[in-house]
Design a protein around this ligand. Structure first.
Ligand SMILES: CC(C)(C)[C@H](NC(=O)Nc1cc(F)cc(F)c1)C(=O)N(CC(=O)NO)CC1CCCC1
Ligand SMILES: [Zn+2]
Length: 187
């Protein structure tokens, strides 16, 4: 079972590598890794287990954060609608690709953090507001999905990890809270 001890922190060179595509058909090991990554996110969002295992509430995890330089990421974006318990987006993505994106940009009003970064880095992380991605799921089936709002931000944050990019690479050094016209601020 994955815990915080398995997550490497900034400074580890693996976080700056471009991760390798996984070959298909998926090996048992890559399938199990995907399951373990999703289990970590589920545990981290379960108040009892998160407390027990001392986990930070996670919405996404990329294999390079486990010191495994493969293009695999697990994403679990909880529902933002109290009426509907269904997660906004939940899947393990193998070899994800951004096929297209909106011209409009977006950022989280509170900025971003990272499971691999044990410090606050203030500032807006400007990303695409909407994206269309393709990826292979655990069954080896090719998926094509359009994402917007928080789910689009999370998936972009995770795909960045597969390319050795950290969220603070996007923050404007001179003025971390500068916003151009038309950027959607997501709260
Ligand atoms: C770094 C951390 C603060 C733990 C962040 N969680 C988060 O932003 N809030 C959160 C947690 C929940 F459990 C449920 C929920 F709806 C919201 C996170 O998981 N990540 C993932 C990460 O570090 N992946 O590598 C950072 C997020 C910043 C923007 C997108 C992902
Ligand atoms: Zn991260």
């Amino acid at each position: 079972m994955i815990t915080m001890d398995d997550i490497i922190r900034e400074g580890n060179p693996t976080l700056r590598e471009v991760a390798k595509e996984v070959p298909f058909p998926l090996s048992e090991a890559d399938i199990q890794l995907g399951k373990d990554m999703m289990e970590f996110l589920e545990n981290s969002q379960d108040p009892v287990k998160a407390e027990e295992l001392n986990l930070r509430g996670g919405v996404g995890l990329a294999a390079p954060q486990l010191d495994i330089s493969k293009r695999i990421t697990a994403v679990l974006v909880p529902s933002s609608d109290p009426e509907n318990p269904e997660p906004e987006f939940k899947d393990v993505l193998y070899n994800p690709k951004i096929l297209s994106h909106s011209v409009q940009e977006a950022c989280l009003g509170e900025g971003e953090g990272c499971l691999s970064v044990d410090r606050e880095v203030p500032g807006y992380v400007v990303r695409h507001a909407r994206i269309t991605i393709s990826y292979y799921d655990m069954q080896g089936k090719k998926q094509k999905v359009r994402l917007k709002n928080y789910a689009a931000i999370v998936v972009q944050h995770e795909i960045d990890h597969l390319n050795g990019v950290m969220f603070y690479d996007h923050i404007n050094e001179k003025n971390p809270f500068s916003l151009k016209e038309g950027i959607l601020v997501i709260d």
